[in-house]
Design a protein around this ligand. Structure first.
Ligand code: NAI
Ligand code: PHE
Length: 446
C-alpha cells in the first residue's frame, strides 16, 4: 500500500483531512470528511459557489477514533503516527489535506504558527508560498518539505516584522496548465479554505497568481507578473545581494566582492536576477548550475565574460569564495558540509540545512562554523519575497516598490549585519542567534 494520507481518503470517498495540534497541551485532533463529489465544476468557483457553499448532500464526517480506524484498516496507522510526530516535533499547528479525486490533486496546507497573525484583522493569519511536487515524489518527503517551509515562514515573518504566522502549501500534481481552469479553480478554492496568503514558489510560475486574479478566483495570492510590483524573485534577489555584502564586510572587513569566485545553484525566479541584476555588475567570476541546461545557457550567453557553466555534480564541492544556493532545500547535510570548499554560504533557497527541527539546524550550523564557513539560517536573508507579497496584500493600490526596497534593506541587509555581529558577541553561530532571538515571540502562546 502506498504510504499516503490520501489513500484512505480516496478509498473511503473522502476529500478532506485535518490534523490539528495544540503544541502547548500536546492535544492532537483528527477530522476527515466528504465535502464534495467528483461532479463539482471547479472552473465555476466564485461564479456559482464560494467556500461557504455545501458542495454535496452526500457528506460525512469522521472524528478522532474513526480516522485512526480508517487508517488502521488500510495498514497506514503507523504512517499517520509518523506524520503526527513530525507535526509535533517542531511545534506545528497541523496539516489540512484536500483531495480532488478526478484529477488526483493532493493539496496540503502545512500550518506552523498563527501567533503573530491572529490579531491582524485580515482573512489570512499566516503567510507562505505555494510549491508543487511531482506526483511520484515520496509523500513523506513532501510533508517534511512543507512542514519545514512553514516553520521557516514563521521565523521569516517574525524577523521581517510581518504581522503573520507561518505556513506553506504543497501540491502534488503534474505541472499545471494555467488554461486548465478546473485545476486552477480547485487550487484557488483550497487556498481560500486556508487562513493564508500565498505567492508562487518552486514548481509554480508567477502567472498562477495572474490567472487567479484575472478570473476572480482568489485574492489570497500575490506575486504575479502583471501587478505593478512584479514577481517576488527580484526583491528576494536584492535581499540576498545585500546580505552577501554584509557577510563579506563581517568576514573580510569590506563589502567588496572584487576578485571573488561565486557559485550559484539555480537560475530561476531568484537566482537569475541575483546574477543578472547584481553579481555581473561586480568584478567577479560566476559559476552557475541548474537542472535546466537552457537556464544556464541563457545567462552564460548574455554574460560570457563573467558567467561560466558548472556541472551539477560539482556544485557542492567546487572551489570558490562564495556559494549561493538558490534552488532546492536540504542540500547541506553532514557529508556535504565536510566537502564544501568555500568560505561563505548565503543563498535564497529555503531550508538549506537538511533537518526537521531548529535544534538539528543549529547542530549542522555549528559544523559549518567549525569548518570556518560563514553561514546563517536562510530565513534571515530571504525575506524579500514575503515582504513584497505582503506589501501587495496589505496595501493594495498604495503598495510601492520604494517601500519594499526599504523593508528589504532593513530586514535582509541590516538584519544580517545585526545578526552576524550579535552572534560573534555572544559566541554562538549566527543560526543559533537568529533562532534564539525570535523563538520566544513565536511560541509565546498556543
Ligand atoms: P524557481 O522554480 O523559479 O527556480 C528554481 C531553479 O532551480 C529552476 O531554474 C530549477 O530548474 C533549478 N533547480 C531545481 N533543482 C535544482 C537542483 N537540484 N540543482 C540546480 N538547479 C536546480 O524558484 P525560485 O523562486 O527561484 O526559488 C529558489 C529558491 O529560493 C527556493 O528554495 C525558494 O523556496 C526560495 N525562495 C524563493 C523566493 C521567491 O521570492 N521566489 C523567496 C524566498 C525563498
Ligand atoms: N514563497 C516565499 C518564501 O519562501 C514567501 C511568500 C509568501 C511570497 C507569500 C509571497 C507571498 O519566502
Amino acid at each position: 500500500m502506498e504510504e499516503s494520507l490520501f489513500t484512505p481518503l480516496r478509498e473511503a470517498g473522502l476529500t478532506t483531512l485535518r490534523i490539528s495540534h495544540h503544541w502547548k497541551s500536546g492535544v492532537v485532533c483528527l477530522r476527515a470528511g466528504r465535502e464534495w463529489g467528483p461532479e463539482v465544476e471547479w472552473s465555476r468557483y466564485r461564479r456559482d459557489f464560494t467556500t461557504e457553499a455545501p458542495l454535496t448532500t452526500d457528506g460525512g464526517c469522521l472524528g478522532n477514533q474513526e480516522v485512526r480506524e480508517l487508517f488502521g484498516r488500510h495498514g497506514l496507522g503507523e504512517y499517520l503516527d509518523r506524520v503526527i510526530a513530525l507535526v509535533a516535533s517542531a511545534r506545528h499547528e497541523g496539516i489540512e489535506a484536500f483531495f480532488e479525486p478526478r484529477r488526483g490533486i493532493r493539496f496540503m496546507y502545512n500550518m506552523h504558527s498563527s501567533t503573530l497573525g491572529s490579531a491582524n484583522g485580515r482573512h489570512a493569519v499566516r503567510s507562505g508560498g505555494i510549491r508543487r511536487h511531482d506526483p511520484e515524489a515520496p509523500e513523506l518527503h513532501v510533508i517534511v518539505d512543507g512542514l519545514n517551509l512553514a516553520r521557516a515562514m514563521s521565523f521569516k515573518n517574525a524577523a521581517a516584522g510581518m504581522p503573520f504566522g507561518g505556513s506553506k502549501i504543497t501540491v502534488q500534481c503534474p505541472p499545471v496548465d494555467l488554461d486548465d481552469l478546473g485545476t486552477v479553480g480547485f487550487l484557488a478554492y483550497c487556498l481560500d479554505r486556508t487562513r493564508s496568503v500565498t505567492g508562487p514558489d518552486m514548481g509554480f510560475t508567477p502567472s498562477l497568481s495572474d490567472v487567479m486574479h484575472a478570473r476572480g478566483f482568489s485574492a489570497n495570492i500575490t506575486g504575479g507578473l502583471e501587478n505593478r510590483l512584479g514577481p517576488t524573485g527580484m526583491p528576494t534577489a536584492y535581499g540576498i545581494y545585500l546580505a552577501l555584502k554584509e557577510a563579506m564586510a563581517f568576514r573580510c572587513g569590506s563589502p567588496s566582492l572584487a576578485g571573488r569566485t561565486i557559485v550559484v545553484q539555480g537560475l530561476g525566479a531568484v537566482g537569475r536576477p541575483l546574477v543578472e541584476e547584481h553579481l555581473v555588475k561586480e568584478d567577479v567570476r560566476i559559476l552557475c548550475a541548474d537542472v535546466d541546461p537552457a537556464a544556464v545557457d541563457r545567462v552564460v550567453g548574455r554574460h560570457p565574460e563573467r558567467v561560466k557553466p558548472l556541472p551539477l555534480s560539482e556544485v557542492l564541492t567546487a572551489e570558490a569564495d562564495i556559494f549561493l544556493p538558490c534552488a532546492v532545500g536540504g542540500i547541506l547535510d553532514e557529508e556535504a558540509i565536510q566537502n564544501l570548499r568555500c568560505q561563505v554560504v548565503m543563498g535564497a533557497a529555503n531550508n538549506q540545512l537538511k533537518a526537521t527541527t531548529p535544534e538539528e539546524e543549529i547542530r549542522l550550523a555549528r559544523l559549518l562554523a567549525d569548518r570556518g564557513i560563514l553561514f546563517q539560517v536562510d530565513w534571515v536573508q530571504n525575506a524579500g519575497g514575503v515582504i513584497a507579497g505582503m506589501e501587495e496584500y496589505l496595501r493594495g493600490e498604495e503598495a510601492s516598490p520604494e517601500s519594499i526596497r526599504a523593508q528589504v534593506e532593513r530586514a535582509c541587509g541590516l538584519g544580517t549585519r545585526e545578526n552576524l555581529a550579535a552572534a560573534a558577541r555572544e559566541g554562538v553561530t549566527p543560526t543559533e542567534m537568529a533562532y534564539g532571538r525570535y523563538s520566544a515571540e513565536i511560541y509565546r502562546q498556543g
